[in-house]
Design a protein around this ligand. Sequence first.
Ligand code: ADP
Length: 242
Amino acid sequence: MSGEGLTVRDLRVTFDGFTAVDGVDLDIHPGDLRFLIGPNGAGKTTVVDAVTGLVKAAGSVRFGGEEILGRPVHRIARTGIGRTFQTATVFDELTVLQNLDIAAGAGRSPLAMLRRRKDVPEPVARALETTGLTRLRDRPAGVLAHGQKQWLEIGMLLVQDVRLLLLDEPVAGMSHDEREATGELLRRIGEDRTVVVIEHDMDFMRSFARSVTVLHAGRVLTEGTVAEVQADPRVQEVYLGR
Ligand code: ADP
């Protein structure tokens, strides 16, 4: 398994007459670890919102050979697309394990999950290991450090068999060590999934991106490898201001 590819064509999003996404094309190949960068307001989050069904958009979004644009959020999620938000959305009062159980437990009674003590299901055990949270499994999520909450949120996607992860600034507010650990986590996840990361942190991108798309004013300014994008004078212009 190497994840599933995402093909976006002529994506357009307008808010009250303001065009936030203005004809974006993206070809994200299965197994890619793509960074989506660009200055504030470039349209990065809106592209992800459109792909996941949170905002209305025109154009085409194909995932796993199917057109998904226009479907409701829960049906898009069911195709195997998962996302995280800048502020992690975990249940603070529940333990790490319970959070993962609930994410994994579609169809099981919440009470049964909370009562269960020992038998950690295989996908949950794997997610604990992948995210490095095994030794924290019985801690309430509310006491986790900022970075650990982000990893838990990623873990909650992993147990749902997500084949494309869309992560919105996963290292914002993280320490240097947390960033490095997150990069390694993305590499591990990317071994058998497709990952798209919205990011501001250029050092983080340099270390971990396999490919990069630069958005500016709702359009794709350029894309390529980290080296190609960095060498493009237009990228420096939009980042530094003319
Ligand atoms: P980025 O993620 O690159 O910082 P966004 O996708 O958040 O950019 O925003 C792109 C543009 O769309 C910005 O000008 C922003 O103000 C505008 N925008 C985003 N969401 C809304 C909304 N719900 N209503 C009106 N304008 C919005």
